[in-house]
Design a protein around this ligand. Structure first.
Ligand code: ADP
Length: 796
């Protein structure tokens, strides 16, 4: 059909211009189309006028002019709605299409410019001037032609919609202008872009524009190509992998490995079936097993999933021990293993009694044992577990900064594991162990989250039945666990945590208590552990006392036990070597076993001196004494502080100094001395940093002693915070401080009046040995501590 139409074109001649160089022809507007010279384009003819125009041209065997509409949507465009540059074209025969409408093939001939509209009815006729193409520089044209051709070739290569022949056709075009038109009609351009090209009669310019447009097209095509090839590659890779996997599967099957893997999977399934788990945990395990079956045995996920399933299987979910709530038995166990610790033992027995009466309602209390090291916190925890018939586990929280250490890492982390709580539960093997969280006062917090927040959830009876560990991803029931936390100090424990717990203090032991603990527990245990139980070995009381005083320096009994163990080791060696050795450990023989004493209390031998005062302090190890030295030297009234003093202590020194200055008249101090002298405060033996306000009165006493030149009694120890007016405020750690004073042989201890209540915690015997004086005001302190100027050493 097209061929038929084509033949018709050749019969039609271009119109011959008149004298003015104009041709007069029928015109049809082109709605959404720009026809280029030499291009064959089908035209849809709809309007009556256009059908008439086509009819007229065919009857007379003439060409027509086609001009693009500025707005393709107009159905009845007026002359001003049309561009002025159009194309003279020959038409083929009019064809009526089966679906309605009329089509005619057109062949562009040359560019024309409409000069005048002659008529619009029954069809439009115009006068137009054919445009002659101008081509200037030959060389530039050649270069542009080549460039256009090569770009065009690439476009044809990449664009599946352009047939290969389009390039061959382009190659054979000799006129550069024609080539540009061909490329323009092949490109995907907007109507305006096409019209602009049509209006560009300068061939060089037209080639330039076309090659730019070709370049743009090429970029788009290349991008498209890249995207497609990526997609293709990915699809291919996927297929390749599938293929290789399948091969591996076949090979493994041949080698019998598949069977092993399969066997393992079956075992796992069996274990899951038999495990005592909660429904949620079992569902999770089954789901993960399903995933495991889907992937080949060599895949890296296999290990990760298996470890996870193992965790689920190894954790206790339901298994619990039955509590033994027999109070007599419990009291027996607790007493058999520990001396003293009345408060803690009573609390446990009370709890058990309540549990007997209201078995289901009572949640376990969360206890916090606070006290210096070696005071039996851990070992009492173990005894509680034993008394109740529960498992005992402990985990240390010292230095834990990262929330993930408590709560675990998500499984997406490489090497992820559950947090310490869940790990410890696995060790416990039951869901109701006695669980000791050690060193809760040494928790840290930093950018990795606050572990205390995670602990809150662990210790909250409202929440901990569904504790969430990041790794586990299944809620875990901690509500039956008996939690006990331990701490050396109360102060650093985060408030919110403290609120959840019941504090039970484990104060230090006095010497008498230590001796009893040693006799009743430590010595028999060490002898037994060293295989010496039946050797009739005895420790003299004096030797034990010496070990407490000069070989250890502690509030608890941990080091004492260590020293006893040391003696036992030496003895065991002699016994094993069948050497004769004494069965009695005496004071005289002690340095043979333990070497020279480590801590000799030099205090009592020290002379009283000016500006040197014995203070009582409280450290992690229990009580301690701090000797404060003040000396004056010519200067400008500066206060210097040396030896490890914390900020609070420095402020305390300032306050004590201010108090002293306010009392110059009372003490007969020349006020100008404060401007003439520098004051140096030093804390010798400052290896342990000291801080806190409780050295206030000690500092003030040292200042006044220094300024009045009166000696201070070294065997008087003191502690108390001071106000600027000399009133004395209460302090902490009184029991430890008094016990230390007693242990170190002080005669008198000055305590704030408001600490009177703390004295009930101190054994009567200690109070009998020691002169404890309660003071309200600094004046009283000085009365007891300062010696009169004229007196000499210790005569008061
Ligand atoms: P802590 O946990 O407070 O640091 P431990 O529980 O480890 O101290 O105690 C250290 C040692 O001292 C343990 O062997 C413990 O049995 C023993 N001990 C401490 N207090 C007592 C006591 N009151 N009765 C018997 N032994 C004790």
């Amino acid at each position: 059909m097209i061929g038929h139409g084509l033949n018709d074109f050749y019969a039609v001649q271009d119109a011959v211009p008149d004298d003015e160089g104009l041709v007069e022809l029928a015109m049809i507007p082109l709605a959404d189309l720009v026809v280029f010279p030499n291009m064959i384009t089908p035209l849809m003819i709809r309007r009556e006028q256009d059908i008439a125009a086509v009819g007229e041209a065919q009857t007379n065997q003439t060409t027509v002019i086609g001009v693009a509409q500025r707005d393709p949507n107009l159905t009845m465009p007026r002359p001003e709605d049309l561009y002025t540059i159009g194309v003279e074209m020959a038409l083929g025969r009019l064809m009526h299409m089966p679906e309605g409408g009329t089509t005619v093939l057109s062949q562009g001939r040359r560019r024309v410019e409409i000069v005048e509209y002659i008529q619009t009815e029954p069809y439009t006729r115009v006068k137009a001037r054919p445009i002659t193409e101008c081509a200037a520089d030959d060389r530039e044209i050649t270069a542009l032609t080549r460039a256009t051709l090569s770009l065009f070739q690439k476009c044809v290569d990449l664009n599946p919609q352009l047939p290969e022949e389009a390039y061959i056709y382009a190659l054979n075009i000799e006129e550069p202008g024609w080539l540009a038109d061909l490329a323009a009609s092949a490109l995907n351009l907007t109507l305006t872009e096409r019209q602009t090209l049509l209006e560009t009669s300068d061939v060089v310019e037209r080639l330039r524009r076309v090659s730019r447009l070709l370049g743009r097209e090429l970029e788009v095509l290349e991008l498209e190509e890249r995207i497609q090839s990526q997609v293709r590659q990915e699809v291919e890779r996927g297929q390749r992998e599938m293929f290789l996997r399948e091969q591996i599967r076949v090979i493994q099957h041949e080698l019998g490995e598949m069977d092993i893997f399969q066997q393992e999977l079956n075992d796992l399934r069996e274990r899951i079936d038999q495990a005592q788990m909660t429904g949620e945990a079992r569902d999770k395990a089954v789901k993960e097993l399903g995933r495991l079956m889907m992937i080949p045995p060599m895949a890296p996920e296999v290990g990760i999933i298996r470890t996870y399933i193992d965790w689920l299987l190894d954790l206790p979910w339901i298994k619990a021990t039955d509590d033994n709530l027999d109070l007599d038995n419990a009291a027996g166990v607790l007493d058999a293993e520990h001396y003293g610790l009345r408060k803690a033992k009573e609390r446990i027995l009370e709890h058990m009694a309540v549990r007997q009466l209201a078995p289901d309602k009572m949640k376990s209390p969360i206890l916090c044992f606070v006290g210096p090291p070696g005071t039996g916190k851990t070992s009492l925890g173990k005894s509680i577990a034993k008394a109740l018939g529960r498992e005992f586990v402990r985990v240390s929280l010292g230095g834990v900064h990262d929330e993930a250490e408590i709560r675990g890492h998500r499984r997406t982390y490489i090497g992820a594991l559950p947090g310490r709580i869940i790990q410890t539960m696995r060790r416990a093997g039951t869901i109701n162990p006695v669980f000791m969280l050690d060193e809760i006062d040494k928790l840290g917090a930093d950018f990795r989250g606050d572990p205390a927040a995670a602990l809150l959830e662990v210790l909250d009876p409202e929440q901990n039945h569904a504790y969430s560990d990041h790794y586990l991803d299944v809620s875990y029931d901690l509500s039956q666990v008996f939690f006990i936390t331990t701490a050396n100090y109360m102060e650093p424990i985060p408030w919110a945590l403290m609120d959840r717990m019941e504090m039970i203090e484990f104060p230090g032991y006095v010497e008498e208590e230590k001796l009893r603990i040693a006799r009743q527990f430590l010595i028999p245990r060490q002898l037994e552990q060293h295989g010496l139980s039946d050797q009739g070995i005895r420790f003299d009381e004096k030797a034990l006392r010496l070990m407490c005083r000069e070989y250890t320096y502690e509030a608890g009994v941990r080091n004492l036990e260590r020293e006893i163990a040391k003696v036992c080791r030496k003895l065991a060696r002699r016994v094993a070597a069948k050497k004769q050795s004494a069965r009695r450990i005496t004071v005289e023989g002690l340095d043979k076993y333990l070497g020279p004493p480590l801590y000799i209390s030099m205090l009592v031998e020290e002379e009283d001196a000016v500006g040197v005062v014995t203070g009582l302090a409280w450290t992690e190890g229990g009580g301690d004494i701090t000797v404060i030295e003040v000396s004056l030297m010519p200067g400008k009234g500066m206060l210097m502080l040396t030896g490890q003093l914390g900020d609070v202590m420095q402020e305390s020194a300032q306050a004590a100094l201010s108090y002293t200055r306010s009392r110059v008249t009372q003490w007969g101090i020349d006020p100008e001395e404060f401007d003439r002298l520098d004051i140096h405060v030093h804390l010798p033996e400052g290896a342990i940093p000291k801080d806190g306000p409780s050295a206030g009165i000690t500092l003030a006493a040292a200042f006044i002693s220094a300024f009045t030149d009166r000696k201070v009694r070294r065997d008087v120890g003191m502690t108390g915070e001071i106000t600027l007016r000399g009133r004395i405020l209460p302090v902490g750690g009184v029991r430890e401080k008094v016990l230390t004073a007693h242990r170190l042989g002080l005669r008198k201890v000055l305590l704030p009046q408001r600490n009177k209540k703390d004295l009930v915690e101190i054994p009567k015997r200690t109070l009998r040995d020691l002169d404890v004086v309660l003071v309200n005001h600094m004046d009283e302190v000085l009365e007891h501590a300062l010696l009169p100027v004229a007196h000499d050493i210790g005569t008061q």
